[in-house]
Design a protein around this ligand. Structure first.
Ligand code: ATP
Ligand code: MG
Ligand code: FE
Length: 346
């Protein structure tokens, strides 16, 4: 199979081409700059940007892969979760392509895409692993077997903000702009991660072991900034960014490694936009090495949203012999993340 993947769930327009687990090429456009002045993604602007970027970005992907449109044997597209207006554009484009090429269409769960991204870099997942999904909308610890064939065991989630959302909100309150993750990361590189003792929620014995909460951390950062400003002092943005980042990373790594140990596993996979974070990658690498756990994290460009990860799921589905979704498939903007058959949305 030569599978074309289409991603449009948020502000990235992505096309990727994958064959037998190998990434042949991809094209990626982002409307992030157009949302910056609003401090977050504006769905209508994102949808218009997808419409404008779709064909040029597909052309880039085809050229990058060195294949013709007529070489595509299957199309896979994010059908949820995501911003409804944004998902519609990519899914409609994917339907048009599948229909005109007369090839099968697969609706793909965006989060399965994040997980599958890692297989493009490190090969098939082991028989079982713990997958930490940390993105703009999700913070989940999953116990995963075969991505296509096995049901996913959902161990825990965030009670409030997602990890990426916390980065975005704290970035806004520090005046560092949108998107917040990369901005915080840049600022944090020059700061002291121990300057402020921000809270690590739900880490005590007896707390829900795999559940996260980041809204208290965000509030603690806000209070700290207010107090410093009231005192008429300069806000130490780099130290606050570094201390905030360290607090998030400590909790993410501690809880994921706990899940690995509790299940008697030996592999931790970290995926989603926040997995691009340098401190998270560094701390996870150190602590996994200490505990003899194999750590898999896709390269940063495959952590944030892209079309290659959706093509990767499509390629897995095709090779597993899954039934295509068909051209009647609807978008499922609030698709949930549990149960069997995670990757395929009908
Ligand atoms: P979801 O995948 O849950 O539907 P999404 O698709 O919007 O949400 P992703 O594209 O996976 O999310 O990730 C975007 C998030 O990742 C944003 O919140 C962004 O701030 C964060 N992020 C990106 N790069 C970094 C980084 N270097 N450090 C920390 N966070 C980052
Ligand atoms: Mg984005
Ligand atoms: Fe995403």
């Amino acid at each position: 199979p030569v599978v074309l993947g289409v991603e449009s769930s948020c502000d990235e327009t992505g096309f990727g081409i994958v064959s037998e687990g190998t990434l042949l090429g991809q094209g990626l456009a982002s409307s992030a700059a157009q949302h910056a002045e609003f401090g977050g993604v504006v769905p209508e602007i994102a949808a218009r940007a997808h419409l404008a970027a779709a064909v040029p970005t597909l052309r880039i992907a085809l050229a990058d892969a060195g294949v013709e449109l007529s070489d595509i044997t299957h199309v896979a597209a994010t059908s949820g979760p995501g911003l409804a207006t944004a998902v519609h554009v990519g899914l409609a484009a994917a339907k048009s392509l599948a229909w005109s090429l007369d090839v099968p269409l697969y609706g793909v769960h965006h989060l399965a895409g994040h997980a599958a991204a890692d297989t493009l870099e490190h090969g098939p997942l082991p028989e079982r692993s713990i997958v930490l999904i940390v993105s703009g909308g999700h913070t989940s610890i999953l116990h995963v077997g075969d991505l296509v064939l096995d049901p996913i065991e959902h161990l825990g989630d965030t009670l409030d903000d997602a990890a990426g959302e916390a980065f975005d909100k704290v970035s806004r309150l520090l005046g560092l702009g949108y998107p917040g993750g990369p901005a915080i990361s840049r600022a944090a590189a020059g700061g002291d991660p121990q300057a402020f003792a921000f809270p690590r929620a739900l880490l005590r014995q007896g707390d829900a072991p795999y559940t996260f909460s980041f809204s208290g951390l965000k509030t603690a950062v806000a209070r700290t900034v207010e107090k410093i400003e009231r005192a008429g002092e300069a806000v130490p943005v780099t130290d606050i960014a570094a201390s905030f980042e360290q607090a998030v990373v400590d909790v993410l790594v501690t809880k994921s490694l706990r899940a690995v140990a509790d299940r008697g596993l030996s592999t931790l996979v970290i995926v989603g936009g926040v997995a691009a974070n340098a401190r998270l990658r560094e701390v996870a690498a150190r602590r996994c090495a200490e505990q003899g756990v194999e750590l898999r994290i896709p390269p940063p460009r495959l952590c944030t949203d892209n079309g290659a990860m959706i093509a990767a799921v499509g390629d897995l589905l095709v090779r597993a012999g899954s039934e295509p979704s068909g051209l009647g498939i609807a978008a499922d903007p609030s698709a949930v993340l549990h149960g069997a058959q995670l990757p395929l949305l009908r």
